[in-house]
Design a protein around this ligand. Structure first.
Ligand code: AMP
Length: 297
């Protein structure tokens, strides 16, 4: 055991780990019955400070804070990284506890999908088909389905999501509105590394050279923001400014650099007061996404 492990395991006020739907329901139901508010943070684990920021936001506003760790097979295509997805429950428990979580819900796959095949799904039509949906056609239905399922398990709550996954957040907001789920969706700001790279569990896949080059995403967004601030109303000019930054980084393969409406995610004809910039690019075989909101008054 390392001294670090020692430090962790002597903290006996670490959060509880719950693995069954019945047990987590009992906990959240009795909290609400006692007049407590529930904050919920769904994750796939391998936590970093981006996840911790969501837990801290939930902690500030709620009596009971639950985070889930579930690597959802439904949202991975057969050629994606489901089996290789990084895991470290001990470390996650430490980070989640430090950030203020009360309960970690860590269900095994059989607990979430006891019938194996899932016949019922939540699909947020148009919003799921564009941008990331073009490269990952089944991804967002997998996400919307598992998030809806988690909301049904946790019950009425405020749920915290990162703006890092901008399209995902728009899709979840829409699913909640369309299906009248009793959930208050709270979007939280992107947490970045000191050089500007958005934190992501997948950054661990990057080679040292690609890790350095990955800053190209946030640099492209900065160039796009500068173009907006310079007063153009033409989305094409803003996209060109972002694409040019990618052209100067041979290690990156651009998927898209787009200007979109923050709700419909469609490309606007002209820029309004709020412009949403989205980028996605491959560094080696790792696909990274990032985004930035630019407001002009
Ligand atoms: P994941 O574990 O990647 O599914 O992410 C779980 C939640 O953490 C999602 O709501 C993400 O948007 C959010 N998240 C991931 N990375 C960041 C980040 N760098 N800053 C803020 N939130 C994040």
């Amino acid at each position: 055991m390392t001294s670090n492990d020692n430090e962790r395991s002597t903290t006996d006020d670490r959060c509880r780990i719950i693995t069954t739907v019945a047990d987590i329901r009992t906990i959240t139901d009795s909290a609400r019955a006692g007049g407590e508010s529930v904050g919920f943070v769904p994750t796939m684990g391998y936590l970093h400070d981006g996840h911790a920021s969501l837990i801290r936001a939930a902690r500030e506003a709620n009596d009971l804070v639950v985070a889930s760790i579930f690597v959802n097979p439904l949202q991975f295509a057969p050629d994606e990284d489901l089996d290789a997805y990084p895991k470290d429950l001990d470390r996650d428990r430490y980070i989640a506890t430090e950030a203020g979580v009360d309960v970690l819900f860590v269900p095994p796959v059989e607990e979430m999908y006891p019938h194996g095949a899932v016949l019922t799904s939540v699909s947020v039509a148009e919003l799921s088909a564009k941008w990331d949906g073009e490269t990952r056609p089944t991804h967002f239905t997998g996400v919307a389905t598992v998030v809806s399922k988690l909301f049904n398990i946790i019950g009425s709550c405020s749920a915290y999501f990162g703006e890092k996954d901008f399209q995902q957040l728009a899709i979840i907001r829409r699913a909640v509105a369309d299906l009248s789920m009793p959930v208050n969706v709270v979007g939280c700001p992107i947490v970045r590394e000191p050089d500007g790279l958005a934190m992501s569990s997948r950054n661990i896949y990057l080679s040292p050279e690609d890790r350095v080059a990955a800053v190209v995403l946030s640099r492209a967004l900065a160039a796009g923001a500068d173009a907006v601030q310079a007063g153009t109303s033409d989305p094409t000019e803003v996209e060109a400014a972002m694409t040019e930054v990618f052209s100067a980084e041979p290690r990156a393969r651009l998927d898209y650099a787009a200007v979109v409406d923050p709700e419909s995610l469609d490309r606007p004809e002209r820029l309004g007061t709020t412009t949403q910039l989205l980028v996605a690019a491959y560094l080696g075989s790792t696909r990274l996404i990032d985004n930035r909101t630019v407001k002009v008054f």
